[in-house]
Design a protein around this ligand. Structure first.
Ligand SMILES: [Zn+2]
Length: 164
């Protein structure tokens, strides 16, 4: 993805108040490998249930504040992130809820989705088996996963911004 500046990130959030946006902690942007990211996602170390997800919609950065449901899934079962479609142990996938943008969100309307708990789908989709004969090239596997992830992130934030 195209790199994001702090200003772009703070002005991208569609579903939070000015105060919440001001208090939002940012990850170390200079450490981000932008070319290996479909979206920038991070958890709030001061408010552990809170998370953030920012991506580009054409030339416009769009960000959403997420809230993880405190309830955890039954341990020992397998769960799947709805954005990257990676099956994982259930404790590594969390139900996140995003308030809808605008009045709908202020009225309590939300969109929920199971997402990798660390909001690092871009890292996990790049874990591929070594190249084997008769198997697709690892870079093709990553490209295909990245495309699916991008599409699903776009529809998720489009849903958050939809006026209901
Ligand atoms: Zn994921």
């Amino acid at each position: 993805m195209k790199p994001l500046s702090e200003t772009e990130i703070r002005s991208s959030i569609v579903n939070a108040t000015h105060g919440e946006i001001e208090r939002m902690p940012l990850p170390g942007l200079h450490e981000v490998l932008w070319e290996e990211r479909e979206y920038l996602g991070w958890r709030d170390h001061r408010a552990p249930l809170r998370g953030y997800l920012v991506h580009w919609v054409q030339d416009q950065p769009v960000g959403v504040v997420l809230r993880a449901s405190g309830a955890s899934m039954r341990p020992g079962i397998s769960a799947m992130c709805s954005l990257c479609h990676t099956p994982q142990p259930s404790d590594q996938v969390a139900l996140f809820v995003a308030a809808r943008a605008g009045q709908a969100g202020r009225d309590g309307n939300t969109v929920g989705m199971y997402i990798c708990a660390d909001l690092a789908c871009s890292l996990i989709i790049r874990i591929v088996p070594p190249k084997l004969p008769m198997q697709p090239d690892p870079s093709e596997i990553v490209a295909r996963r990245a495309e699916g992830l991008l599409n699903r992130v776009q529809s998720f934030t489009a849903d958050v911004m939809k006026t209901v």
